[in-house]
Design a protein around this ligand. Structure first.
Ligand SMILES: NC(=O)c1ccc[n+]([C@@H]2O[C@H](COP(=O)([O-])OP(=O)(O)OC[C@H]3O[C@@H](n4cnc5c(N)ncnc54)[C@H](O)[C@@H]3O)[C@@H](O)[C@H]2O)c1
Ligand SMILES: [Zn+2]
Length: 387
């Protein structure tokens, strides 16, 4: 099932009023006609989940899908909030980690939904990181031919990236995200309090995607990161909320301009051609996604200086930011490993007529995509990040 995305907007409105809940937090509107929804960014949001769902006028039976790490911290609070608002929720907990993002877990979720008599008007809540969001979103897209779902992303990566754009899906043995759909949530709640329990390594890895938004789209965001990185790493709510909201707005804007990734949406893959190949060829689990795309973005920055005029000083700024984040900017590449990396790049979607395609930057804040790069130059870029 494929539903076309039509998001188009990046409005930021501060000071939302929800019933008796007077808040001061950014809201990103994603207008999709009758499927429009809001992304709320702020603190203490899980406690308001039930009340906010009630306003969506969806059925009373619902299920919260979470994972074993997130569930123990926030499962009870989510269920309580839903019950207080008059819903009849059930909690479905899957094992934490990428290995749960498959069809066998989907099947187990379907069985539990059926046992809880989840019906056409019921809804799901995805409470967790990108794994839970993709999995629960896919379950919601397909169960009874599609039911409503609400995203409560709890990793920085899922708050700034995977919860926006409507792509949901699971992995096959043959590769990641090979089965999926487009299914938009009815509401996204980015509760900053959940980040207090997020491991530091996961937080830093999520920031790699934020750096990417700065490089491809928003020089002001990039400068803000340079100035406020320490506050971001300390998880200071005003800094976190402004930056997360900006990233959601950028992604909504990009997706709106290119629903099916024939053009601009490809810019979101800056650093990912080499990054995905690093993840894939070194065995999933060695590098977190953000760590792999940190190396990939530094390599792409070098290529950009050579091919699309990115000033060398900006290559240094990009590398310096990743270094301050404690993310890797180089990788050991003995001959056989380099071969494996090339094979992985060739298997990627971004290859056509034998040449690997890259997203490159012309300056910080401006990306060009679909850049064909000959192997010799890809090799040169890898030399620049060789550890
Ligand atoms: N749909 C999209 O557009 C899109 C975009 C980017 C990535 N993704 C997908 O997202 C997935 C990666 O997401 P991720 O990085 O969030 O990984 P994840 O969901 O596996 O979370 C990372 C780890 O942190 C734990 N965790 C999550 N929130 C926590 C919290 N608040 N406190 C303590 N522990 C917590 C999880 O249990 C897990 O162990 C991949 O499967 C990727 O394919 C999807
Ligand atoms: Zn990514």
């Amino acid at each position: 099932m494929v539903t076309v995305i039509e998001c188009s907007a990046d409005r930021l409105a501060f000071g939302t009023q929800i019933g008796s809940l007077s808040t001061s937090m950014p809201t990103v509107q994603v207008p999709l006609g009758n499927r429009s929804y809001e992304i709320q960014v702020g603190t203490r949001l899980i406690a308001t989940l039930g009340e906010r769902c009630r306003r969506l006028k969806i059925g009373t039976r619902c299920a919260v899908i979470t994972d074993s790490n997130v569930g123990k911290h926030y499962g009870e609070a989510a269920i309580k909030s839903l019950k207080v608002a008059g819903f009849t929720p059930t909690l479905i907990t899957v094992d934490a980690g990428e290995s749960s993002k498959n069809l066998s877990t989907v099947q187990k979720c379907y069985d539990q939904l059926a046992a809880h008599r989840i019906e056409r008007k019921s809804f799901l809540v995805a409470l967790g990181g990108g794994v839970v969001g993709d999995l629960a979103g896919f379950v919601a897209a397909t169960y009874l031919r599609g039911i409503a779902f609400v995203q409560v992303p709890t990793t920085l990566l899922s708050q700034v990236d995977s919860s926006v754009g409507g792509k949901v899906g699971v992995n096959l043995k043959a590769g990641k995200n090979l089965v999926g759909a487009f299914h938009q949530p009815r509401l996204v709640l980015c509760d900053l309090d959940t980040l207090t329990t997020l491991p530091d390594r996961e937080l830093r890895s999520g920031i790699a995607e934020i750096v990417k938004y700065g490089v491809i789209y928003d020089a002001t965001l990039f400068q803000r990161l340079e100035k406020q990185l320490d506050g971001l790493l300390e998880k200071q709510p005003p800094i976190l909320s402004a930056i997360i909201a900006r990233c959601c707005a950028i992604k909504a804007e990009i997706v709106s301009q290119d629903e099916t990734e024939t053009g601009m949406r490809a810019a979101l893959n800056f650093g990912h051609t080499i990054g995905h190949a690093i993840e894939n060829s070194s065995g999933y689990g060695k590098f977190l996604h953000g760590e792999a795309i940190s190396i990939g973005q530094v390599a792409a920055a070098h290529l950009s200086a050579r091919r699309t005029g990115l000033p060398t000083a900006d290559v240094q700024r990009i590398q310096a930011l990743f270094e301050r984040l404690g993310l890797p900017t180089s990788i050991k590449l003995p001959g056989d490993k380099r071969d494996k990396l090339f094979s992985a790049m060739r298997l990627d979607k971004k290859v056509s007529a034998g040449e690997i395609h890259f997203v490159l930057a012309e300056g910080i804040g401006k990306a060009v995509w679909g850049q064909r790069v000959p192997d010799a130059e890809v090799n040169w870029a890898l030399d620049q990040v060789k550890g």
